[in-house]
Design a protein around this ligand. Structure first.
Ligand code: V55
Ligand code: FE
Length: 489
């Protein structure tokens, strides 16, 4: 009956479970001063398994969502962390053990939980229509109380969500506050169905369109511009037969093409632009000029996820998995599918450094922009000699000039996703703060850095100390007091 986590890489180092819910009023400031004018809350979610898995070689995509909040007011920062009480979390807490099996494989579950949502709410936490929503791409989001982090319950846009799933990477159009989102595998695991939605600023779904992808795959992030949405179909392919046989949902298929599905905003028809095999996951930003769509995303030769096997059995190769920020350009008036060996969209590399977790100043989301941040695993010629894998630098980039600044996290330190925080006043694109959690491996603590967005390489404006390790960090967002005041019931 002992609680014992497996001696496996998925539960070691920065993936070792923490499982701690708590509150610290007034985090310790170890350097600098928190600007008194900084008012708002940074919410982020990490994946932290509440119970040991009963399947072998489990990984953090399959772990419970732990939401953390950092609320800034008058130079103080209050911290709170809380698990999302998904139906799955509640059932396993009651049983004091895992009841759900392998990642997105319901055929491996304990029969007692058949029919219960497998959602973990572990990938993103965002504010829209007066609600704080924690989400994972295999299910509907879960509404969270923005002050206590108590779980309100599953949110299905008042029942209007016809898809079984909703992306963890919705975009908010700064023009009108619309939430632009989609569900993939919308009719169940390994299906090819995609449902595209827009909800107005109040959180009511006002547009819905359905279509089928060329093949079933992980559609983790996507591109939204003023006039188009683009669905990247990347060959982390899924198969229901494999799932039923107890195998992984995804495998990397190096023989399959990439497709970019372009749909006009609030339109219905999809056009598929085909390109040669490669990998991409997160999108920094995207924009269009009415005809050409530009999408900035790190692009690698192969999948960055070591836990999804290569279809050929080839071992994971970090070199091939490393991705460099690149720009994909689609001529929406050009021919969509040029057939074998050809590519129907252009690719131009923006940097030679390897990285992921790109973000932008979301006031410029969907628009031509001058500021992004990204975490780097490697800068040619600057690799530290401490042998620690993972993201070691933060970089800021102006995609127009290519100008880049970098900040090394330090020895024994890795970085989690950074976010841009606008100051109270209207400022130019990229003028404000960048917030970033830094894992201090030697002490098992975490620092929250407040950086000047225009000089991320300068000493931090302030460093706050969280005296615990915060594992499995994924995505987060900044919510202003004005937004919190629009709370829906
Ligand atoms: C990602 C994370 C997920 C997932 C699928 O970063 C993709 C990508 C935390 O869960 O289920
Ligand atoms: Fe993501």
């Amino acid at each position: 009956m002992s609680v014992r986590f497996p001696d496996e890489p998925g539960f070691a180092g920065r993936f070792a479970p923490m499982r701690l819910e708590g509150e610290i009023r007034g985090l310790e400031v170890t350097q600098g001063e928190v600007p008194a004018s900084l008012r708002g809350t940074f919410y982020r979610v990490g994946a932290d398994p509440a119970w040991p898995p009963f399947v072998a070689r489990d990984f953090y995509f399959n772990a419970d969502g732990m939401v953390a909040m950092f609320r800034f007011e008058n130079g103080y920062c209050d911290f709170r962390s809380r698990y999302v009480r998904t139906p799955r979390f509640a059932a396993e807490r009651e049983a004091r053990r895992s009841l759900f099996g392998a990642y997105r494989n319901p055929y491996t579950d304990d029969p007692s939980v058949a029919g219960l949502s497998r959602g973990l709410a572990n990938t993103n936490v965002y504010w829209h229509g007066g609600r704080l929503l924690a989400s994972k791409e295999d299910s509907a989001p879960v509404q969270i109380d923005p002050d206590t982090l108590d779980t309100v319950g599953e949110f299905t846009w008042d029942g209007d969500l016809s898809s079984q799933t909703a992306t963890a990477h919705p975009k908010i159009d700064p023009r009108d506050g619309s939430l632009v989102f989609f569900g993939y595998m919308a009719k169940g695991e390994a299906t090819r169905d995609i449902a595209y939605y827009e909800a107005d600023a109040t959180g009511r779904i006002v547009h819905e369109a359905w279509f089928e992808a060329p093949y079933s795959s992980m559609v983790h992030d996507w591109a939204v511009t003023e006039n188009f949405v683009v669905f990247p179909i990347i060959p982390l392919t899924a198969s229901l037969e494999r799932l039923k046989a107890g195998g992984p949902l995804y495998v990397w298929d190096g023989s399959e093409d990439v497709y970019l599905g372009v749909v006009p905003r609030r339109g219905t028809g999809v056009r598929w632009y085909r390109g040669t095999n490669r990998f991409a996951s997160h999108i920094m930003n995207a924009f269009d000029d009415g005809r050409y769509v530009h999408i900035d995303t790190p692009v690698g030769a192969k999948s960055a996820f070591p836990w999804f096997p290569d279809i050929t059995g080839a071992p994971f190769d970090p070199e091939q998995a490393s991705a460099q920020l690149s720009r994909w350009t689609i001529d929406t008036q050009g021919p969509p599918d040029l057939g074998d060996e050809a590519t129907a969209f252009a690719e131009q590399r923006l940097t030679d450094c390897s990285g992921e977790f790109p973000r932008t100043d979301d006031r410029w989301a969907t628009k031509g922009y001058r500021f992004g941040v990204i975490n780097l695993t490697d800068i040619p010629g600057q690799r530290p000699d401490d042998g620690l894998p993972g993201f070691r630098w933060l970089a800021s980039i102006d995609p127009v000039t290519g100008a880049m600044r970098t900040r090394f996290a330090g020895r024994d330190s890795t970085v989690q996703e950074a976010i841009f925080v606008p100051p109270e006043a209207d400022t130019p694109n990229g003028h404000g703060y960048v917030l970033q959690l830094v894992d201090r491996h030697a002490t098992g603590t975490t620092d929250l850095l407040i950086l000047d967005a225009q000089q991320i390489d300068a000493p931090p404006v302030a460093t706050l100390k969280i005296p615990i390790r915060m594992p499995g960090g994924l995505h987060g967002n900044w919510v202003t007091p004005q937004q919190l005041a629009t709370r829906a019931g």
